[in-house]
Structures are given as structure tokens and as C-alpha cells.
Design a protein around this ligand. Structure first.
Ligand SMILES: [Zn+2]
Length: 383
């Protein structure tokens, strides 16, 4: 079945509709956040929140900054909860979610708290560097931020993910044996493969390479493990191993470092501009936090197509690795078809949608690449 020419399958109206709404949701979410930041600054509400924070924080800088952040994140959550809830209803409506309202609400609370903890660490460090080294704060903040980022990438699989999902080591002997064979082929060792209990929340399937150093691992959703053949799972594993062999996590960290350095430089420039124009009295006035956030949001938005293009490049590399290391492309093709079906993915999104929004090549392109590979293998069989 691997090499038969397959016509590109048209997307169902259901898949089209679902993905369209999802995109509008993310655009809406982005717009709400953007307008919120602009209004805070233009209406001087940020100053008012800062004064309130100082009042409650007994004029202590660090404590007041923390209170200010709680207020800011609290309001922003209140503004965004409607869209979040709509997203939850959407997954239920298209029968992609198995989560109940209570469990969803609990996840929201946990998400908020995790955001608050991480956000507090980041802003306290940020304004500490601004106060201590006003001239070079952005360089120091960048170095600290990257250190934190690497630490978080390492801790995420063991500390962050378990807050939301359960994981257990994969116990399927046949699969483990296949993984060892794949790993030997690549000359590297994967520290572990974990069963990710996604089915508690979703019907969708997923797999990923996560972590750094000794936490580096492949996670496979139980929704995938329980419904795919061993050969199909092997193809998915080979793809994830491809990410590992091509050092995609490490490379992404370097890309992130370069972007973040530019981001901090731009933030410093913007803050100085704002102080020079008497919008804030000094750099360390934390009422300017929405301005810093605005710089980061605008920059992320502008860079999104480029970062997605880079990610799609990595995905193609990982796919190619899977073609090279598995016996035939058949299981890869059937796993892609299953994934598209199960996740209600668009196989053929419009060109600009793929260009702007997608971190993975469209399913139709991935299938075409697999079929192309299969044909060249038939033409030049290798022993
Ligand atoms: Zn991938």
C-alpha cells in the first residue's frame, strides 16, 4: 500500500469549520491581550494599579511588584476566560474532548498559578537587574532569562507537565525493542519513552520529544499507543528520534537566544524612549511592565511566520529521518492519515494559513513527501 498513488483527500466541512473557529479564537485571544496592554498604558491605568500595589505592599518595592503582577494577571485572565471557555466548548462540540467542566476549571486554576509563579520569578529578576545595573540591565536580564529558559526546558517533563498530565514508563516490550534498534541505528540513546495519559482529557493523539540532558524523553499519548499498530507507532517514534538526532531542541534554544537578545535590546530602547518622553519617571517604574509586554507580543507576532517556517523545516528533517530508518513508508502514511482523522486536522490548509499559523507542514505535504520517498526507494532498492 505504500507506493500506490493516492489522491489528496479533501477536508471534510467539519474539519474546515473546526480549524477555522480555532484560528479565529487564537486571533481573538491575541487581540484581547494587545488591546488590554494598550489600554493600560494609554489610559494610565497601569499607574493606578502600581499605586494600588504600593499601597497594599506597604511601599516595599518587590512586594508591590508582586501585587501589581497578581492584579495584572488576574485582570487579563478575567478578560480571557470567556474565549478559553469557548475553546473548551468547541472541543466538546466536535467530540474531541473528554474533559468535564470541573476538570477544565481546575486546569485553568492550575494554569493561572503556574503562570503566576513563573511570571513572578521573571519580573522580579527583570526589575532587579534594571535597578541594580540600569545601563546594562538588558544584557544581564537576557543572560538570566536564557539560564531560566534552559532550566525550565530541563525541568518541564518532570515538574511542569505532571501538573497537568500523568506519565508512566512505556511497558510494551515489542515497542521498546524496536526503539532500541532505531536508537542503535542513530548512534544515540534516548533516556526514556513514556506513556502520556492524554485520554483523560482528549481524544486527540500526539507525541513529542521533550526535556534536556537527563530529562530528555519521548512521550507518546495513550490515545496513540492504544489505537495504532506497532509499525505505525514505530514510524512516529522514528520521527521523534529524528528531532533528537538533528538536535532540534538545542538548535531551537540558540534561535530563541538570538531572538530574545534582540527583544531585550528593543525593550531597553523602548523604555528609554518612554522615560525620555516623560511617560514614566524612571526605568525601574514597574508601571511600564505592559510596555515591555507589548514589545514582546509585537515581536513574537512579527516573527511568527519565520519561526513557523523554521519549525516546518525541522519537521521535514524529522520526517525524512523516519523514512530513512524504517523499513517502509507505509506505516508512516497510515499513521498520518489516522492522526488527521483523529485530530480533525486540515490536510490541505490554504497556503497563507500554513505559512502563518502552522508549525508543521500540512498533512498532504507530509504524505506527498513520504510517497515520493517510497517511489525513489522502489527505483533504487537498497540492500
Ligand atoms: Zn515533529
Amino acid at each position: 500500500m505504500a507506493n500506490g498513488p493516492t489522491l489528496p483527500q479533501a477536508d471534510s466541512p467539519e474539519a474546515r469549520r473546526y480549524n477555522q473557529i480555532r484560528r479565529w479564537l487564537s486571533v481573538g485571544d491575541f487581540a484581547v491581550g494587545l488591546v488590554f496592554l494598550i489600554v493600560l498604558l494609554v489610559m494610565r491605568w497601569s499607574d493606578w494599579l502600581r499605586d494600588l500595589a504600593y499601597h497594599w505592599g506597604a511601599q516595599n518595592y518587590s512586594l508591590s511588584l508582586f501585587i501589581y503582577l497578581v492584579l495584572l494577571l488576574g485582570i487579563s485572565r478575567a478578560l480571557g476566560i470567556g474565549l478559553d471557555y469557548y475553546g473548551f466548548r468547541l472541543e466538546r462540540r466536535f467530540k474531541l474532548s473528554t474533559q468535564r467542566l470541573g476538570a477544565w476549571a481546575w486546569d485553568e486554576i492550575k494554569g493561572f498559578l503556574v503562570g503566576l509563579v513563573l511570571g513572578s520569578i521573571v519580573v522580579e529578576l527583570l526589575y532587579f537587574t534594571i535597578r541594580q545595573w540600569p545601563q546594562y540591565w538588558w544584557l544581564l536580564a537576557w543572560a538570566l532569562f536564557m539560564g531560566l529558559f534552559v532550566l525550565l526546558a530541563q525541568l518541564a517533563p518532570v515538574v511542569l507537565f505532571p501538573i497537568f498530565y500523568k506519565f508512566e514508563p512505556l511497558e510494551n516490550e515489542d515497542l521498546r525493542r524496536r526503539l532500541v534498534m532505531l536508537s542503535e541505528h542513530s548512534g544515540t540513546r534516548v533516556r526514556g519513552v513514556y506513556r502520556w495519559k492524554l485520554s483523560e482529557k482528549s481524544k486527540k493523539a500526539n507525541a513529542a520529544l521533550t526535556g534536556l540532558g537527563n530529562t530528555r524523553r519521548i512521550i507518546l499519548a495513550d490515545t496513540l499507543l492504544d489505537n495504532y499498530t506497532t509499525e505505525e507507532i514505530e514510524a512516529v517514534l522514528a520521527h521523534e528520534l529524528g528531532h533528537h538526532v538533528h538536535k532540534h531542541i538545542l538548535k531551537s534554544i540558540f534561535v530563541q537566544a538570538a531572538i530574545t537578545l534582540f527583544g531585550f535590546w528593543a525593550a531597553n530602547w523602548t523604555l528609554h524612549y518612554a522615560v525620555d518622553h516623560h511617560l514614566f519617571e524612571e526605568l525601574s517604574d514597574f508601571a511600564n511592565l505592559p510596555l515591555l509586554a507589548l514589545v514582546s507580543v509585537v515581536l513574537s507576532f512579527l516573527l511568527m511566520p519565520a519561526l513557523n517556517a523554521y519549525s516546518r523545516f525541522n519537521e521535514r528533517q524529522a520526517d525524512r529521518y523516519a523514512f530513512e530508518t524504517t523499513a517502509s513508508v507505509g506505516p508512516f502514511i497510515s499513521s498520518m492519515n489516522k492522526l488527521a482523522e483523529q485530530n480533525l486536522a486540515e490536510r490541505t490548509p490554504s497556503k497563507w494559513v500554513e505559512w502563518f499559523f502552522h508549525s508543521h507542514p500540512s498533512i498532504s505535504r507530509r504524505l506527498a513527501a513520504a510517497e515520493q520517498w517510497g517511489k525513489t526507494q522502489d527505483a533504487h532498492p537498497q540492500a
